[in-house]
Design a protein around this ligand. Structure first.
Ligand SMILES: Nc1nc2c(c(=O)[nH]1)N[C@H]1C(S)=C(S)[C@@H](COP(=O)(O)O)O[C@H]1N2
Ligand SMILES: [Mo]
Length: 603
């Protein structure tokens, strides 16, 4: 049977398919592809992890000053020691001035109002939430560092251009050869990063995003209890007096002649302001900048993402982490130096005494934190599927929600194209591919089969004869880099109209000519409803030129609600299936099977 495929300019082509002999041949081809799929391991062997990727260490963190000078941040260590000494000198000098002493007498540091006296003390729920918060944050921060180490550079524009980053802890990018983002990733020490081996971003994200959900739940409950019990008065300033009191406190600390403590009743001005910033500015900023990195949200809410691009969001997210680190270090220092036993009774035993109960509970709590800290990476390497499943159970529902955000083309134009578009992944090296490539893909045939009424085999000319679709969109690699490109090709809706999926088809699997890092064909599966999205297409052109080898010649996928690793390059076949378990390792894609990524990656 033949079918007319019409296309305005290119005329029409005749395509033969659907005879039972053709169907049999197409089915054979798909079966052959299946034989080249592999299942991943369920335990991580460090030596063979991610295609035996060797450990690679980065450099000290550097910040760019001007066009191409780099400041080594390790200098901040001696510089802050000097600054600390100078601030003591300054504090002491200031306190010799009678006007300053008068100011301190007028504003001693802590404002004790009648309502503060009435609400004095710390409830047990606050103790518990404070502990949970610090416990959960250890995982979030460590996993966050691991994610950062997978692309150890930060930028202010969505282009991720080498040399234009403002922060890096890696050498300059090699621009004389193909340098993939994976090659650019670096190793963190096992007990600093989580899980502490190179290119472990899939697992690090489960820790980061999964524990985030718990941390946010704890935070929401904290807000609710704070406002329903009057405890909010402790950390929200209610008078401008807080500022002179904060300055007074600062001078007193600097002069090493410290202010009186009234922590049971009220915090001093400096504490009030820093706690307010941490709870009501930094925490929401962490959430919002985190969401700013989601491909689905960024593509749907273009106006916002024009300003808060993924790279601005990623940079801000990093700066929020720096604030938290600064806060943790100075907060713990002050807790230890301003009366440890009493402070621990307040925050760990809800009492205002000099007993050792708070200390005992604190030591138990810290033992739990330390044990969890040192167990987290080894546990993850031994039980990565558990981390993958539990992580997905926690964050999966939200990722699924964001997948409904279909958006239309038109957000970017030619002037937004990225001058440098990173490469990623493992390039195909099979004889089959090389032969096709040598002949300019003349004999290339895309197989589309599975749960469809009319399977087809489409050559490049056939694809070109189909209705042309073009979109200029932004790519979001899971590792953190991004770039804008113009993609030309065929909308997936056009392919659906051609093959007519059967009602039981739920997933659409894209098979590559290339292998994944551990061997076995690279593939990835997408929910069938996303195939009708406006920005889901098969691209044979990039920025007005035929797709290059490195970017996926002759054909690659674009599905803009998903992260980069789902955009299969060097596509050789497409199969419609009912269940993910029928394909490969059953987790929905090569990286899902082999590197414990998630199959829904809208965040
Ligand atoms: N066949 C195949 N497709 C692949 C990969 C791969 O390793 N093999 N890598 C993915 C990843 S992680 C990303 S970020 C994008 C990168 O596309 P680019 O090299 O065109 O930038 O391709 C995706 N598609
Ligand atoms: Mo990627």
């Amino acid at each position: 049977m033949t079918e007319q495929l019409s296309d305005g300019d290119a005329g029409s082509i005749e395509l033969d398919h659907q005879t039972s002999r053709d169907r049999g041949r197409l089915d054979d081809e798909v079966r052959e592809i299946h034989d080249q799929l592999t299942v991943g391991e369920d335990v991580i062997e460090i030596g063979s992890w991610a295609g035996s990727i060797p450990q690679a260490y980065g450099t000290a963190p550097h910040v760019r000053v001007g066009r191409d000078r780099w400041f080594n941040l390790l200098w901040l260590i001696p510089m802050s020691l000097v600054a600390l000494v100078l601030s003591v000198a300054l504090g002491k000098a200031l306190r010799d001035i009678p006007a300053v002493e008068a100011f301190i007498t007028r504003h001693p540091g802590t404002i004790i109002t009648p309502s503060a006296q009435e609400h004095a003390g710390f409830p047990v729920w606050l103790n518990a939430q404070h502990f949970l918060n610090l416990f959960l944050m250890t995982f979030i921060i460590r996993a966050g560092w691991q994610i950062l180490a997978d692309h150890p550079r930060l930028y202010w524009t969505r282009h991720s251009t080498p040399g234009k980053e403002w922060f890096r802890f890696q050498k300059p990018v090699h621009t004389d050869r193909m340098w993939t983002a994976k090659q650019d990733s670096i190793t963190l020490p096992r007990h600093i990063g989580l899980p502490g081996i190179r290119h472990s971003i899939g697992l690090a994200r489960w820790w980061h995003l999964g524990v985030d959900v718990l941390w946010l739940a704890n935070g929401i409950l904290f807000y609710i209890l704070l406002f329903s019990t009057g405890q909010w008065r402790r950390i929200i300033p209610t008078t401008w007096e807080v500022f002179p009191n904060a300055i007074s406190t600062m001078i007193q600390y600097m002069s090493l002649n410290w202010p009186a403590e009234h922590g049971w009743v009220a915090y001093n001005g400096l504490q009030l302001i820093t706690y307010f910033i941490t709870v009501f500015v930094a925490a929401p900023a962490a959430l919002l900048s985190g969401l700013g990195m989601s491909p689905a949200l960024s593509t749907r809410f273009r106006r916002v993402s024009m300003v808060l691009s993924i790279q601005v969001a990623r940079s801000l997210h990093f700066l929020v982490m720096c604030w938290f680190l600064f806060f943790i270090v100075s907060h713990v220092t002050m807790v230890f130096t301003t009366g440890l036993v009493v402070n621990l009774n307040h925050m760990f035993a809800a009492r205002d005494t000099k007993s050792w109960v708070g200390m005992a509970i604190f030591l138990i709590a810290m033992t739990a934190v330390t044990a969890a800290w040192f167990a987290a990476s080894p546990f993850t390497l031994r039980h990565p599927r558990v981390v993958q499943r539990v992580g997905f159970a926690l964050i999966g529902p939200f990722q699924r929600l964001f997948e409904h955000l279909d958006s239309s083309p038109g957000e970017y134009s030619d002037k937004d194209l990225s001058p440098y578009f990173w490469h990623n992944g493992r390039v195909p090296d099979s004889v089959e591919y090389q032969l096709l490539q040598r002949e300019g893909f003349e004999d290339y045939r895309l197989v589309v089969d599975g749960l469809v009424e009319s399977p087809v085999g489409l050559g490049l000319a056939d694809l070109h004869a189909l209705a042309h679709h073009e979109q200029t969109t932004q790519h979001f690699c899971i590792q953190g880099w991004s770039g804008v490109a113009k993609w030309g090709g065929v909308s997936m809706q056009t392919i659906l109209d051609l093959v007519h999926p059967l009602p039981e088809a739920e997933w659409v699997v894209f098979y590559s000519f290339g292998e994944g890092s551990d061997g076995g064909l690279y593939y990835d599966a997408h929910p069938i409803d996303q195939m009708s999205y406006e920005l889901t297409m098969l691209a044979y052109d990039m920025n007005g030129e035929p797709l290059s080898f490195g970017h996926g010649a002759p054909l690659r996928l674009r599905n803009e609600v998903q992260l980069g690793f789902k955009q299969v390059k060097w596509i050789k076949g497409i199969e419609f299936v009912h269940d993910l378990s029928e394909v490969g390792g059953g987790f929905g894609g090569y990286n899902e099977d082999h590197e414990f990524f998630g199959y829904r990656q809208s965040i």
